[in-house]
Design a protein around this ligand. Structure first.
Ligand code: AKG
Length: 308
């Protein structure tokens, strides 16, 4: 693992930077220590080129955002699994899957793809409000990791063009603590790289003061017993899902989120996508085994009162 290099070196991203052959354990250690990790050039150039080619027509057609959070000079598109085979390939990236296994599987039987978004900052865009992705759920921070975010750099990310603003260490901060200006650092990484962090980590897109666009692809994963941010079943209905590789079908949610969780007609939604009847058992034995290994969470009945 390369050690943090500091924000004053303009050629290298601040914080923990890894090469594409990084070990998942080292990336996870970085998430635990710093709250984030950058893996340089994890996507090969051909995949990245296909991704951008597949998305260009959608981005050309989409209007600018209309809210402060989505950005007034930002183009966003969702439902990337139905739109781009290259996005589906990157969603299944082996290093990312291995990091998800280590970060999310201690808390769930299976994780799912949570949300897919292209975020293209146009010149003149301002900073997005800093936030934690876990804010979508009613929990107090820091919490267990509910989501794992990946932001793939489809173009270079620089301090000038809006490379994601990061708040190192904020994954451990108490609820409500706001970062000072000097605690925020921009992510700097070449196209094809990926930024990784969890639901506890404070971040937001940076301001684009350059003349070019900054294109990022957010592919986030969540615990299989939480509702996904993007409704993957309406976005990728069965007729479309049948055309996807089986691991991707399962990842977007055509599978149990735990024993009994998410069944259809007494069976696994995976069976719906097969021509044959499939395994209509309500859950797989391995799901029960995994469920046994999860330490039950404490959600005390008086938690709301205590947190007020
Ligand atoms: O575009 C980025 O760099 C981050 C965007 C983000 O965090 C969001 O839209 O929730």
């Amino acid at each position: 693992m390369n050690r943090p290099t500091g924000r004053n070196d303009p050629t290298v991203a601040p914080g923990p930077v890894f090469a594409r052959d990084a070990a998942a354990a080292d990336v996870v250690a970085s998430l635990e220590e710093h709250g984030y990790a950058l893996v340089h050039r994890l996507a090969d150039p051909a995949t990245l080129a296909r991704l951008n080619d597949e998305l260009d027509p959608y981005l050309a057609a989409v209007p600018l955002g209309r809210t402060d959070f989505a950005g007034h000079r930002t183009k966003r598109i969702n439902n990337l699994i139905a739109k781009s085979p290259a996005a589906g390939e990157l969603a299944l990236n082996p290093l990312v899957m291995s990091v998800c296994d280590r970060v999310l599987l201690p808390y769930c039987v299976r994780y799912h793809l949570h949300v897919t978004t292209i975020i293209e900052l146009q010149p003149g865009e301002r900073s997005q409000g800093l936030h934690r992705d876990g804010g979508i759920y009613p929990v107090r921070f820091p919490s267990i990791p509910m989501t794992l975010a990946t932001i793939w750099a489809c173009t270079d990310f620089t301090a000038e063009n809006g490379g994601t603003n990061l708040v190192p260490g904020s994954h451990r901060w108490e609820h409500g603590r706001e970062p000072r200006e000097d605690e925020i650092v921009p992510s700097v990484m070449p196209a094809g790289s990926v930024l990784i962090y969890t639901s506890n980590f404070i971040h937001g897109s940076g301001p684009n003061s350059s003349n070019g666009t900054r294109r990022g692809m957010a592919l986030h994963y969540n615990l299989g017993w939480l509702r996904q941010e993007e409704n993957q079943y309406l976005s990728v209905p069965p007729d479309v899902a049948r055309g996807l590789p089986e691991p991707l079908q399962r990842l977007i949610g055509y599978d149990f989120g735990g024993p009994y969780l998410g069944f259809v007609e007494k069976g696994n939604p995976q069976a719906l996508l097969q021509d044959e009847a499939g395994d209509m058992a309500r859950a797989r034995p391995e799901d029960y085994e995994r469920a046994q290994r999860i330490v039950p969470l404490v959600i005390a009945p008086d938690a709301a009162r205590r947190n007020a």
